[in-house]
Design a protein around this ligand. Sequence first.
Ligand SMILES: [Zn+2]
Length: 243
Amino acid sequence: MISFSMDAHMHFDLYKDRKTVADYIECRRSYTIAVTNLPVLFEKYYPDYQQYKFMKLALGFHPELACEYQDQLSIFFKNVDKTRYIGEIGLDFSTSDLNDRKGQVKIFTEIVQICSEYKNKILSVHSRKAHKEVMDVLKGFQGIVILHWYTGAIGELKIALERGYYFSINQQMVRSSSGKKIIDIIPVDRILIESDAPFTYGLKDKYDLFFVNEIYAYLTETRNISLEDISKIIKNNLKKILL
Ligand SMILES: [Zn+2]
């Protein structure tokens, strides 16, 4: 049984058999934001995958790599008009290195500023241990924000909802009590499905869409909505973003 399939955040560049993964996504007609971790990787894969209809390659700059590869910011700027999809970007303050944190904020801020000028960019944002700072940088951003695997405070979550942001949730979240607590607060019309593959359960070696059903199962159970309806709502959420 498969309903509407999508994946708002998966790491295409971390799979070895990329062509197989991309073809599988196309064949299953699963709307996918395939994030990259560095601008050079987007630049490298874009020519081969730009024609894919369901798998959209996103231009990314992972916060944990941002400082080390800061010279790639120019490559980010050079490629930014090739795609609406931007990710993975954001901040990760699990590091205690203050210079690294500062560098991350500088790079993330520049990315958000340039993307804001386009008005129609869709950002997939990482915010581990830096939810407040991420919300500060995003303030006033013109475009769509998807907070991926959100684990922060409820206060910031509510601000994010007020600002119209979306949340992409994964199968690891529906398996943990902290994840469930967060999911349960998000209105269904702001939920998108993601895998964060290959980092989550069952997706390390091979990409597969089983996670979609696992997330639907959780939502139907907790929201008391039929699978058919929840599937329609999720599809509609994606549609609103893509308008
Ligand atoms: Zn990720």
